[in-house]
Structures are given as C-alpha cells and as structure tokens.
Design a protein. Structure first.
Length: 128
C-alpha cells in the first residue's frame, strides 16, 4: 500500500476531527455565555479572583519569615508575589471551571459524532 493512499484519507479525517472539535468548542462557549461576551466573563472572574489572590500573597509573605532563615523584606516580597500569582491563577481556573466544562463537553460530543460518521463510512450496515 503506497503511503499516499494511506496518508491522504487520514489527513482529511484529522482535519474533520479538528474542525468538529472547534465547532463544538464554539457552540459550548455560546451556550454557556448566553449572549454575554467572553471579555465580560473574564473580567468578572478576574475581579472575583482578587480576594483569594490577596490571601495567598499574605500566606506567601508570612512563609518567608518561617524558620531560622535570615528575615529580609525582599524575600517576603518575592514569596508574597509568588503566592499571589499562584492564588490568582488557581482562583481564575476555579472561576472558569463551568465554562471549561461546557466547552469540553460540546467539543467531545461533536468529535464523537464525527468519529461515528467515519466509522459508518468505513463499515456500512446492511439491514437486508
């Protein structure tokens, strides 16, 4: 079997899968946002993530003063910044978990439908 006869149909099938996944992701985003813009959703999530980020920054700054190490303000600032960044990122991920779930679910449904269609093309069912 020449490589071209195997390669070209599989590339086309891969394109169909990617296209259906992107279509599903867009559909899931629109379903979740219900007319709101993505920018507005991210702004709201970021504002809600500030409180946990401030708490994590305080924990990080206090962590710099633990133990018998030399207590410097620079180390406390660096640990506080690191803690705040991690807290903000994790809180933002938590705030957007429902959007992520909707996007992934719709994308997976579309990919599954495309895979089923491809399987039926390769294996036609004869009811006679």
């Amino acid at each position: 079997m020449p490589a071209a006869t195997w390669f070209l149909p599989n590339v086309d099938y891969g394109r169909k899968l990617v296209h259906s996944a992107l279509e599903g992701a867009r559909s899931g985003e629109q379903t979740f946002l219900q007319g709101k813009t993505f920018h507005l959703f991210v702004d709201q999530s970021a504002w809600q993530a500030l409180k946990p980020a401030a708490f994590a920054a305080c924990i990080g700054a206090l962590g710099a003063y633990s133990g018998r190490r030399h207590r410097s303000r620079g180390r406390a600032l660096a640990y506080g910044l690191l803690g705040g960044t991690i807290g903000f990122g994790l809180s933002l991920v938590w705030q957007s978990r429902n959007l992520t779930s909707s996007v992934a679910s719709c994308a997976w449904k579309r990919v599954s439908r495309t895979r089923d269609e491809h399987w039926l093309e390769k294996n036609p069912i004869d009811y006679a």
